[in-house]
Each structure stands twice: as C-alpha cells, then as structure tokens.
Ligand binder design. Structure first.
Ligand SMILES: NC(=O)c1ccc[n+]([C@@H]2O[C@H](COP(=O)([O-])OP(=O)(O)OC[C@H]3O[C@@H](n4cnc5c(N)ncnc54)[C@H](OP(=O)(O)O)[C@@H]3O)[C@@H](O)[C@H]2O)c1
Length: 324
C-alpha cells in the first residue's frame, strides 16, 4: 500500500508519500480502507521525534480515520466487508489501509460525510473521556483553552450541548468570533490577562478547565477554579514542569488530572468509543454539535497539512484525503 512515512524526524519536509508494508488484521481486528485521516497536534510531535508510538502500535502517523471495512478478523462480530466506519487509532491513519481493534471502530454518525468523519473521533474521545472524568453536568461553567482548535472547537460545542456555560480563549479576533459562532458564551484573548477576564465573568470560579498549555497555565488555571473544581490538563504546549500551589488547590477542594488517550489499553479505548457513539453521534445528527471548520488536503501533501497546523493560522480540523 501507499502511506505517509517519516524519513527521519524533523520538519514537515520529512513526510514522504510512498510504499509501506500492508497491515494485517489480527483475529480481534478490522482492516479498514482509509478514505480520510484527521491531523492532530500529536502528529507534529511524533514527526519531530518527541512522541513515539506506544508499544505494538503502527510506526506510521495518524490517530484517527474514516473509511470502509475490507477485512474482518476471525473473532469479530457485527461488522461486514463494505461497512463504512470511523476508527480511533494508536497510529497508522496516514495510509491507504490500517488494522484496528474492532472495539475502536464505530459506524459514522448518521448524516455526516465520510471524509469529514475522519477528523471526528480523536477529539470526541479526548473530550468525552475528560469531561466524564470531571463528572461535568448541566449548569456548570467550563473554561476551554484554545476554543478555535481541533479539540477546542469540539469541546466548547459539546459542553454547550450538555447545558453548560462556556468560556474560552483564542489568539485572534477572528478565532474568538468563530468560537462565539460555535456557541461560546465568552471568548477571551489569551495574549491578554485572560484569568482576570474569567474571574470577572465567573466570580465564583469555573467548575472545569480544559487546558492545552500545561505548565505555563498551571497557576492561573488553579486560580480560576470554583470550589470542588477540576483542572483537566490534556496538552503541554506551554511546558511540562510547573509549580503547583497546593494551598490554592486545597482551599478550593480542587483536583488536577492529566489524561492521555493514545496510551490507554484497547479495552478502555473501546469503552470511550462506546460513550462517543452513545453521547456524541446523536448530537451531531441533531445538529446540537456541528463539524468544526474543515480544511481538506490530499494525503500525499501531508507536508502542507503539517505546515498549516504548525503555523497556527488554521482553525478547526485538517483532514487528509486518500487519492483513489
Ligand atoms: N491528552 C490527550 O489525550 C490529547 C488528545 C488530543 C489532543 N491533545 C492535545 O490537545 C491540544 C490541542 O490539540 P489539537 O489537535 O486540537 O491542536 P490544534 O488544533 O493545533 O489546537 C491548538 C490550540 O492551542 C491553542 N493555543 C496556542 N497557544 C495558546 C495559549 N497561549 N493559550 C491558550 N490556547 C493556546 C490554539 O489557539 P489559537 O488557534 O487561537 O492560537 C489552538 O486552539 C494539543 O496540545 C494536543 O497535544 C491531547
């Protein structure tokens, strides 16, 4: 088959479209012919050599895809050759075919174009598993950092659909408008004093923070938490080592989590996928959650896709489309 390979590690130019070994599905797996694959920030880190795939996972990039089932493992039930699907992957999505444990494969949401569906499940699984962890419920206030990004644009809509008040941050006026258009109640400029703006908008604090910055925002994030609030760190774009003021956390009875999706055992991923199917797919079909703004790029041009994501000029999702 053909796939995007990393010729060494480094900038987007190390990505090369060419021949790669065909994956073979195990007895509990499906072989999927890929139609499209979502581009995630983690892919940039893997390309740079900073985020190796977990043991046993494909060396190829790509944490999610949409496509068609072309082979069904001997122990798998409920799937037929020819079924359309989306899949949550530990790697291997930037390719014509990928083998994936059947529990991590879902039918696409009703009414969603299959190419667009290739950029859905990684963000949905990340956000649902984190908000479940924080036991987010209707009526609570949520702060989503980076609301115009792939994860953020889903997270803020999902929190709104659950009945929460949503505050968010973004880097440009256009992106803040985009966030408001997706339903954010307030969107703040992260280059300014966003924590003061959040405290003014939510004087009792926010119940849940979904954070992509890590160390740089640890102190201000804890500072805006409400009593019993929960800080969910999912990214470390602002560094991995920070100083935690336990007194500030203790006085709020707060908690801090840092959850990675990719390294979870397959059984946990299957449970999260089941939650996504049950919770998110109906919201997409009803229009309560809309697809993020999407840029489609042919998979052989993965270099261009990474350059665009790295530039920070993009909002929403980038989806790689396999040429046929
Ligand atoms: N833990 C997990 O399992 C997991 C799973 C998926 C993703 N992630 C992480 O989640 C993050 C987002 O991933 P993605 O694929 O959605 O990437 P993305 O589309 O590139 O989004 C990155 C976001 O970071 C925002 N940002 C940059 N600097 C910021 C700052 N100083 N303050 C607040 N926000 C800032 C950007 O906002 P602007 O566009 O407005 O500049 C953008 O919304 C990444 O760090 C990724 O590694 C973690």
């Amino acid at each position: 088959m053909r796939a995007v390979r990393c010729e060494g590690s480094g900038g987007p130019e190390v990505l090369v479209w060419g021949e790669a070994p065909d994956p073979r599905p195990g007895p509990a797996e499906l072989l999927v012919e890929v139609v499209s694959a979502g581009v995630n920030r983690a892919d940039l880190l893997q390309r740079q050599g900073h985020y190796p795939p977990p043991p046993g996972a494909s060396e190829l990039l790509g944490l999610e895809c949409a496509g068609t089932v072309v082979e069904v493992g001997a122990d798998v039930t409920g799937w037929q050759v020819g079924d359309p699907c989306v899949a949550l992957l530990a790697g291997g999505g930037y390719a014509e075919r990928v083998a994936v444990p059947a529990g991590q494969v879902l039918p696409p949401p009703v009414g969603t174009d299959l190419v667009s569906a290739g950029g859905l499940v990684e963000v949905a699984a990340t956000v649902v598993s984190n908000f479940d962890h924080a036991r987010l419920v209707a009526g609570q206030t949520v702060l989503v950092h980076g609301g115009a990004g792939g994860v953020g644009s889903f997270a803020l809509q999902y929190a709104k659909a659950l009945g929460c008040r949503v505050l968010t941050t973004a880097g440009t006026a256009d992106k803040r408008d985009y966030c408001r258009g997706l339903g954010a109640d307030e969107a703040f400029d992260y280059a300014e004093d966003w924590s003061a703006a959040v405290r003014e908008a939510a004087p009792d604090g926010v119940d849940v923070v979904l954070d992509v910055m890590g160390a740089k925002y640890l102190e201000p994030n804890v500072g805006v938490l409400a009593a019993d609030g929960h800080l969910l760190v999912i990214g470390m774009q602002g560094g991995r080592r920070g100083e935690l003021d336990l007194g500030a956390l203790l006085s709020r009875r707060g908690s801090v989590s840092a959850l990675a999706l990719r390294s979870r055992p397959s059984a946990q991923k299957a449970a999260i996928c089941a939650r996504v199917r049950e919770e998110v797919w109906p919201m997409l079909s009803s229009g309560d959650v809309r697809l993020a703004h999407e840029t489609r790029i042919d998979m052989p041009e993965a270099t261009r896709a990474h350059t665009l994501l790295e530039s920070g000029e993009h909002h929403g999702k980038i989806v790689l489309v396999v040429p046929r």
